[in-house]
Design a protein around this ligand. Sequence first.
Ligand code: SF4
Length: 328
Amino acid sequence: MKPLLEINNLSTHYHLEQGLLRAVENVSFQIAKGETLGVVGESGCGKSVTARSIMRLLPPRIGRIAEGEILFNGVDVARLDPRGTEMRDIRGGQIGMIFQEPMTSLNPVHTIGAQIVEAIRTHSDLSKAEAMEKAVMLLDRVGINQPEQRARQYPHAFSGGMRQRAMIAMALSSDPALLIADEPTTAVDVTVEAQILDLIAELKAERDMSVMLITHDLNVVGEVADRLIVMYLGRVMETTTAAKVFDAPAHPYTKGLLESLPAIGRRSRLKPIKGSVPGPHERPPGCPFAPRCDKAMAICQTQPPTFRIDDDTSAACWLYDDEVRHDG
Ligand code: SF4
């Protein structure tokens, strides 16, 4: 079966005063229909820029897709005019997106209902009354009590968790085939986080929707994703399944992320990854993780290719090169 989203060798660059920032380099992955893909990594690793590239929401004049394909339902989104009708139909229509802090996406001077109605009418021919009926239904579906009354309220009257639910309702208003959720639970507490993740998982199953879930937290991915990619300094370090990542992480960076994760019942002490993520203009030559890697070798001064480890797992690490393994 053809994937819903297929990204091939995507590179996105930012042209800044300080110089060229290679925010995303040679990234490839796929998302099948009805699948949840987790995109994991520390901040500044290129997760959100990848999402913004797919949505063609890069800052004008600064951000540019330098290379690669973004095939969505067979259409190369990377070649579309970001402001053209085809892209507008995809953005917020066939692909919905929710962000880390809903308050930055919600307009404080319009009611929640009016904002959802606008989103619905941008992508359909429904009348205002019909759209409001749908908005109330969506608010009800995402777990907002007294949805009719709530639809008449402004964002400031909503709690952080309710705002995120309202954002999800808005993202679902056009029945998207793909939902991109960028750190959707960062601004809420742990209890609300669990509820939001459950809601996303329920909606995905109910609608046979695909989800791209961006997070810095491997535990979040373990709960809801089918497969995941781990990114570091704009590159994909590992592609694997959520089932495997905890028992058999392949890449030293993924292992480091796991060891630095607080887990219930963990006996061993937390071991943070040594050093810190280099600044955007301090990218090391060769393997980007080399300065922080305990296993670094001379060959790591050269960028490793991606090695296939088994049917589900691949890693960009010289440890999986046959010759390196043989010599070692
Ligand atoms: Fe470590 Fe080398 Fe693998 Fe990079 S390529 S993760 S430096 S062993």
